[in-house]
Design a protein around this ligand. Structure first.
Ligand code: PMP
Length: 436
C-alpha cells in the first residue's frame, strides 16, 4: 500500500531527479513509495498532489501552532513585505517582537535568528564565552539541530551508537563530523540524578553549559521526573554552568512562557524557533541580561544576513499577538486532553500495552510498555513497528501523525472538536487493521 496517488508519484519522481532523495531535509524521506508531495495547507489540514486531505498532526515538526495559512499572520507578512524585506538595520517590527518575547517568557534580552540550529549553536558559543570553558552536557535522545557539536547521542541513535549508559562519550550521528568534537560533548541519560551529580563532581569546573530539552520533543515527549530540572538548575548554580533550555519545540506551545513557565524554572539562556513564527523562518536566543550581554561586537560573534528579516519577524509579531490575546494554548490543551484520553481508552479496549505521554499540545504514544518512560533508552524498548503500522493505517484514513513514534503529535489552534472525534474513530479502525 503506497501513500502516493498517481500525481504525487509522478512529481516525486521528478523531485528525485533534481534533489537528493527528493527532499530538502533527510527526516522527510519516507522511502520512494511513501514520501508525500504537498499541494497546500489550510488550518489543521493539508492536501497532497492527488487532492487527498489529511488532518495534519506533524505540523511541519511543530511550528504550525495556529494553523496552516493562518489569515491574520499571512496578512501581517503581506503588508510588511510591501515595504521591503531586508535592510541590515534594525526595524520597528524587530523591537516589537523582542519586547513580546521578553514579556511572554521572562527573558531580559533576545537576539533573533532564522532556525533552531542557528539559535542553539549561538547559545553554545555564548555559554562558552561567558564561562571561558569548552565542554558541555546534553542528554541522550535530545536533538539540538544540525550542528556538528550536538549530533552525538541524538534521538536518531541506536543502542549500539549510544554505548554504555554510564559512558558519556558516544559516536557521532552522521558521517562528516570530526571525531575530535566528541571530546567536548558529554551525553548523559535524562532523569538520572546520580549520574549527573557524579559527572559534575568530577568535571563541573570544565563545563560551560547544560543543554536540555525540558520535555523530550524528539524522543516521544518524555517528561522530566519531578525535581530533575530543579536539580539541573541547582547544579548549574553550584558549578557556574550556563543552563540552556532548548525550547525550539516547547516554546510558545506548552505555555506562552514555554517550559520556564510550565515547570516554574528559569534558565540562563533559552532557544526558541518553531511556534514563534507559525511556520515562517524565525528563531530566537533569549536569556538573562548578564549572559546575553556576553555578545559583544568585535569580541563575541553573533550575526546573520537574514537575522531579523521582515518576513519572519512580521509573522512572529502576529503569532505572538494572537497567542497573548486569544485562548490558543487552552483550546489546544482541551483538544489534546480529549485525544490523549480517547487514545488511551481505545488501546486499553484493544488490549495493547501502552503509555500516552507528553503534554496535550505535543503528545506521544508508546506501545508495548506500561511504565512511564524516563529516558531515551526506555523509548527504544517499545514496539516501534506496531506504532508505525498503526500510523500508516491512520494516514490511509486521512489522519497524519509522523510514522516514527519519537516524533510527538502536534496540535494547532485550528483543530476542532469534530477533527478530534474523526481522529479517534480513525484511530480505533487503524488499531484493528494494524492488529490484523
Ligand atoms: N532544537 C530542538 C529541540 C529541535 O526540535 C530542533 C528541530 N526539530 C532544533 C533544535 C533545530 O531546529 P531547526 O530545524 O529549525 O534548525
Amino acid at each position: 500500500m503506497s501513500m502516493q496517488g498517481p500525481k504525487t508519484r509522478e512529481l516525486f519522481r521528478k523531485a528525485k531527479q533534481y534533489i537528493p532523495h527528493g527532499v530538502n531535509s533527510n527526516f522527510r524521506y519516507w522511502g520512494d513509495e511513501d514520501t508525500v508531495v504537498v499541494q497546500r495547507g489550510k488550518g489543521t489540514y493539508i492536501w497532497d498532489m492527488d487532492g487527498k486531505r489529511y488532518i495534519d498532526y506533524r505540523l511541519a515538526f511543530g511550528p504550525i501552532i495556529l494553523g496552516h495559512a493562518y489569515p491574520a499572520v499571512n496578512q501581517r507578512v503581506k503588508e510588511a513585505m510591501d515595504n521591503g524585506t531586508l535592510f541590515a538595520w534594525t526595524t520597528p517590527l524587530e523591537i516589537s517582537v523582542a519586547e513580546r518575547i521578553c514579556r511572554m517568557t521572562g527573558v531580559d534580552k533576545v537576539r533573533l535568528t532564522n532556525t533552531g540550529s542557528e539559535a542553539t549553536f549561538h547559545a553554545l558559543r555564548i555559554a562558552r564565552a561567558y564561562t571561558g570553558r569548552e565542554k558541555f552536557i546534553k542528554f541522550e535522545g535530545q536533538y539540538h539541530g544540525m550542528v556538528d557539536y550536538f549530533m552525538f547521542g541524538t534521538a536518531s541513535s541506536s543502542e549500539k551508537h549510544l554505548g554504555a549508559r554510564t559512558d558519556p562519550r558516544t559516536a557521532a550521528m552522521s558521517l562528516g563530523i570530526p571525531e575530535g568534537i566528541g571530546d567536548y560533548v558529554l551525553n548523559l541519560p535524562f532523569n538520572d540524578f546520580e549520574i549527573l551529580e557524579e559527572t559534575l563532581e568530577k568535571q563541573g569546573e570544565q563545563i560551560a553549559a547544560i543543554f536540555v530539552e525540558p520535555i523530550l520533543g524528539n524522543a516521544a515527549g518524555i517528561l522530566p521526573k519531578p525535581g530533575f530540572l530543579e536539580k539541573i538548575r541547582e547544579l548549574c548554580d553550584k558549578y557556574g554552568i550556563v543552563l540552556v533550555f532548548d525550547e525550539v519545540k516547547t516554546g510558545f506551545r506548552i505555555a506562552n512562557g514555554g517550559a520556564q513557565e510550565y515547570f516554574g524554572i528559569r534558565a540562563d539562556l533559552v532557544t526558541f524557533a518553531k511556534s514563534l513564527g507559525n511556520g515562517f523562518p524565525i528563531a530566537a536566543i533569549g536569556g538573562r541580561e548578564e549572559v546575553m550581554m556576553t555578545i559583544q561586537p568585535g569580541k563575541m560573534a553573533h550575526g546573520g544576513t537574514y537575522s531579523g528579516n521582515v518576513v519572519g519577524v512580521a509573522a512572529a509579531d502576529a503569532t505572538l499577538e494572537i497567542l497573548e490575546n486569544e485562548p490558543v494554548i487552552e483550546t489546544i490543551s482541551a483538544r489534546g486532553t480529549a485525544l490523549m484520553e480517547g487514545i488511551d481508552e481505545i488501546l486499553t479496549e484493544q488490549g495493547i500495552p501502552h503509555v500516552v505521554t507528553g503534554v496535550p499540545s505535543m503528545l506521544s504514544i508508546l506501545l508495548g510498555m506500561e511504565d512511564e518512560p524516563h529516558e531515551f533508552r526506555d523509548y527504544i524498548k517499545g514496539d516501534g513497528d506496531l506504532y508505525e503500522a498503526i500510523a500508516l493505517e491512520l494516514i490511509a484514513r486521512g489522519v497524519m501523525p509522523d510514522s516514527d513514534g519519537r516524533e510527538p503529535w502536534f496540535l494547532c489552534y485550528a483543530l476542532s472538536e469534530d477533527d478530534v472525534a474523526y481522529t479517534l474513530d480513525a484511530f480505533n479502525e487503524a488499531v484493528k487493521a494494524a492488529k490484523r
